[in-house]
Write a protein that binds this ligand. Structure first.
Ligand code: PMP
Length: 368
């Protein structure tokens, strides 16, 4: 692979397309004939206004964002938004309560953070371990809640919502940090969508927020200005100095997705890539094991254990070492759950996934 690059299955920050990196490299010293690097460019300059507005427009087209939504570029990452979304909107209704659907580590963190600002109603019964999404007959939703929160794709546990849950008219706040731009989505079903950029949107430092217009009148007055959706929207995300470089890379990523078939193609590719990996797992006679119900298995993060329960760790260490010898890297599971995690964001090609498939089959032959 060129520049000595390897196939990087990291969960985030994750691989960027070579085209994007080469463009960054080419433009780094002198952006668009300005005589300045993007790293030195004023956020109030016309050049940066163009970068920011083009990125917004490209995202609007890709995600078919309706006109009554605002696209914001904020700071503080996905974690910042667990607090910011609650700070902005938990007072939307007098209950000062919000419904949280906890399906994994990130939604659990979001519920905990939001509980600092209001009351939390847990929609699902408490789970011993995360394996999927409970049947709707067990859900306890509160119609007086200000919003319903869920995380579309749990990056650590490998659980993805196959469809948007029914919330009976209550606005939805959704964390799409690890699957945004990987499938078509009906934005009109959401109150707020947020996503940290370091997976499918480029590099860490900027957080995308898409917020429905009518919610902006209900922002709590004690919300920090830099996190206040209404203030940031009025200022076109330029209340203070934004993460200029991260917004520039986000713009390049949006262009890359547009030029490579849009969300329809990303959806098709991610289905092919994840199906290929899950087939190896399903046909491995239990050598590779995932614990997520088939219906909720993530297309973005495949989480598995290898071998017999008492010998997993030795075999997983060997798997990671042998894979690295074939330039297949960043496969270690999250420290809280262990095992192997294969992240298949948009920058991983079908050919990259196929190389891993071949490696997994060979590894099983040699080690079972
Ligand atoms: N939500 C999800 C789904 C994530 O995957 C992550 C990070 N991996 C976060 C939130 C937190 O993002 P950040 O590290 O940008 O705060």
């Amino acid at each position: 692979m060129s520049h000595g690059r390897k196939i990087n299955f990291a969960p985030g920050p994750s691989a960027l397309p070579l085209e994007v990196l080469e463009k960054v490299h080419k433009e780094l010293f002198n952006y668009n004939g300005s005589g300045m690097s993007i790293l030195e460019l004023s956020h109030r300059s016309a050049l940066f206004a163009d970068i920011l507005n083009t990125a917004k427009q490209d995202l609007k087209e890709l995600l078919k964002v309706p006109d009554n939504y605002h696209i914001l570029f904020l700071q503080g990452g996905g974690t910042g938004q667990t607090a910011a979304s609650a700070l902005n909107l938990i007072g939307l209704k007098p209950s000062h309560m919000a419904d949280y659907m906890v399906t994994g580590a990130w939604s659990a963190k979001a519920a905990k953070e939001a509980s600092k600002y209001g009351k939390i109603n847990h929609v699902f019964p408490k789970m011993e371990s995360y394996t999927g999404i409970p049947d709707p007959s067990t859900w306890t939703m509160n119609p007086d809640s200000s919003y319903v929160f869920y995380c579309d794709n749990e990056t650590i546990d490998g659980i993805e919502f196959p469809e948007i849950p029914e919330t009976n008219g209550v606005s939805i706040i959704c964390d799409m940090s690890s699957n945004i731009l990987s499938r078509c989505v009906d934005v009109s079903k959401f109150g707020v969508i947020y996503a940290g950029a370091q997976k499918n949107l480029g590099t860490a430092g900027v957080t995308l927020v898409i917020v429905r217009d009518d919610l902006l009148t209900a922002i709590q007055p004690n919300c920090l200005s830099i996190l206040d959706y209404s203030i940031m929207s009025k200022n076109n995300s330029l209340l203070n100095t934004p993460p200029v470089f991260s917004i520039y890379v986000l713009g390049l990523m949006a262009k890359y997705v547009k030029e490579n078939g849009g969300l329809e193609k990303m959806e098709e590719n991610s289905r092919i890539k994840s199906n290929a990996i899950y087939s190896v797992i399903d046909e491995s006679d239990g050598f590779y094991k995932g614990k997520i119900d088939q219906k909720y298995r993530s297309r973005m993060n495949v989480v598995i254990r290898i071998g017999k329960p008492n010998a997993c760790e030795t075999l997983e260490k060997k798997f990671i070492e042998e894979a690295a010898k074939q330039d297949l890297i960043s496969l270690k599971g999250h420290r809280s759950v262990g095992g192997i995690r294969i992240s298949l964001y948009n920058s991983i090609s079908i050919e990259d996934a196929e190389k891993l498939v071949e490696f997994m089959k060979d590894f099983q032959k040699q080690n079972s």
